[in-house]
Design a protein around this ligand. Structure first.
Ligand SMILES: C[S@@+](CC[C@H](N)C(=O)[O-])C[C@H]1O[C@@H](n2cnc3c(N)ncnc32)[C@H](O)[C@@H]1O
Length: 473
């Protein structure tokens, strides 16, 4: 009742994101009735909730195996405009995964009757229904200007129009072309680890132990998950094992688009997308890995969420004991917007050997970023932990401020242009130089990384940390 009134009258400027926070809090409770009630009130009063607000409830449904409720959330709150076929495809996938082939068929059939059947629908149809269909295939999505998630929907549309189905390389190229050629004209930027970042990422997957799960935090539209899965697949071609890539995403709409992209790539059986904030999903995932995969270690970890979460998320995995010995960790955006506290702590933790790689930001010529590649080799004796210096805390604050600004363009703000980013990267680099980064000493120039054989990189990461005080960082 109170919420019903709040939502109608919007006292004290109660915004959608405030309501989203309430929904997330209610979704954490054992009894979900308050969450459902609030959701109903939002629907009745026309309050639009975004994918982040809905992800807590979607995760609670998944945890409790309430897949019909998960499909209800998707269809009631996310199925608007160009999202309609995306949500229908995802709903059909969820139905099929839960053994409900009949409803999967009905959903795809209804989509076909509305003239919205696309190549992703066909891919799911083939896997679940098997027999021929009679629907006309729609190549692109009809995206209205200003529609929510227009950028991400256009990415999926570009993939369906320009990439070969089942061909990961061609799908990743279509995404990179969209991000580097079409999008800059609209003053938007695609936050994928493309270009030289993808080279670093794939080189790192190659040196990770073959057995074990690859985990990514920050799926977005599934670009890097597809890249990781392709390397994992190529490495286990001799055996009959299916590799496992798990990727976590806090925005339900991003996750829905990613699942369509991954289905188009033929990777739906390789990559599992888990919706929810890593703070909630990681502890659950740890328990799932222990039960479902009999404590299969995480041999590769890609951190591509908010930099301020890197440290806490790695700590959760370390404590679980699932981070495998000699496992490889890659973190993106370490210089811009930056992860100074994480980098400082990693540099002073003898359980990790870390290298910083200087790269050009994807589709931002002249803007430097850093990625780190780290190998985990836990020592039996834990050394004393020191507190980070004031400089690291100051830089962390700067990074957080920049992250908030960068988040704004899709939410009505001014955003940051490329020159601002270049200037920020230079200032962060100078700040890092003032910090004592201990055993973390040099960066691999990207050209060097390309020509370097993976084994040599592996040998370097596997050797004990060397203390060079006059490094390049
Ligand atoms: C930079 S994008 C990831 C790009 C993607 N890895 C790629 O290269 O294609 C970051 C994504 O992380 C998600 N995210 C941010 N914080 C998160 C968290 N704590 N848990 C899960 N996802 C998160 C955002 O919604 C966004 O989609």
């Amino acid at each position: 009742m109170i919420f019903s009134k709040w939502c109608r009258d919007r006292p004290c400027g109660l915004t959608e994101s405030n309501i989203g926070m309430f929904l997330w809090s209610f979704s954490c409770l054992q009894d979900l009735s308050h969450a459902w009630m609030l959701l109903d009130v939002c629907r009745e009063t026309g309050v639009m909730l975004d994918g982040v607000s809905l992800s807590g409830l979607a995760f609670s449904c998944r945890q409790r195996a309430l897949y019909l409720d998960e499909v209800y959330v998707l269809n009631t709150y996310l199925s608007h405009g160009a999202m309609v076929p995306v949500v229908a495809n995802l709903s059909a996938m969820i139905m099929a995964e839960n053994g409900n082939a009949e409803d999967a068929f009905n959903l795809l059939h209804a989509l076909g009757n509305r003239g919205l059947f696309n190549e992703v629908s066909e891919q799911i149809w083939k896997a679940t229904v098997g027999k021929m269909h009679r629907f006309i295939i729609r190549k692109h999505l009809d995206i209205k200007t200003g529609e929510n998630y227009a950028k991400e929907l256009t990415l999926l549309s570009e993939v369906m129009c320009n990439a070969k189905r089942g061909n990961v390389e061609s799908i990743c190229t279509a995404i990179e072309n969209y991000g580097s050629q079409d999008l800059p004209a609209t003053k938007h930027w695609l936050k994928v680890a493309g270009g030289t970042k993808a080279e670093v990422l794939t080189a790192a997957v190659h040196i990770a132990p073959e057995d074990g799960v690859a985990l990514e935090i920050g799926t977005y539209c599934g670009y890097s998950a597809a890249r990781i899965a392709a390397v994992k697949l190529s490495r286990c071609s001799s055996s009959n094992r299916t590799p496992c890539v798990i990727t976590l995403e806090v925005d339900l709409a991003h996750a829905a688009i990613a699942r369509n992209v991954l289905a188009y790539a033929g990777l739906a059986h390789v990559v599992e997308v888990v919706v929810g904030h890593s703070e909630d999903t990681l502890p659950w995932l740890v328990s799932q890995l222990s039960i479902k995969f009999r404590r299969m270690p995480i041999s590769f970890l890609f951190l591509d969420q908010r930099g301020s979460r890197y440290e806490a998320d790695v700590a959760t995995l370390e404590e679980s004991g699932l981070l495998g010995t000699n496992g490889i960790i890659v973190a993106d955006n370490v210089l811009k917007p930056g992860a100074p506290l994480f980098l400082w702590k990693l540099a002073h933790n003898p359980d990790f050997t870390t290298k910083v790689v200087s790269v050009t930001e994807f589709a931002m010529s002249g803007v430097e970023d850093w990625m780190i590649i780290s190998m985990y080799h836990p020592l039996r004796w834990k050394s004393e932990q020191h507190s980070p210096p004031e400089e690291a805390r100051k830089l962390e604050w700067e990074a957080e401020r920049m992250r908030s600004r960068a988040h704004q363009p899709d939410h009505g703000g001014r955003g940051i242009d490329f020159l601002d980013w270049a200037d920020f990267s230079t200032r962060m680099r100078a700040g890092f130089q003032r910090m004592n980064l201990g055993s973390l000493t040099w960066e691999i120039a990207i050209a060097e990384l390309e020509t370097r054989r993976s084994e040599a990189l592996l040998a370097e990461l596997g050797s004990p940390p060397v203390n060079i005080t006059d490094g390049h960082v």
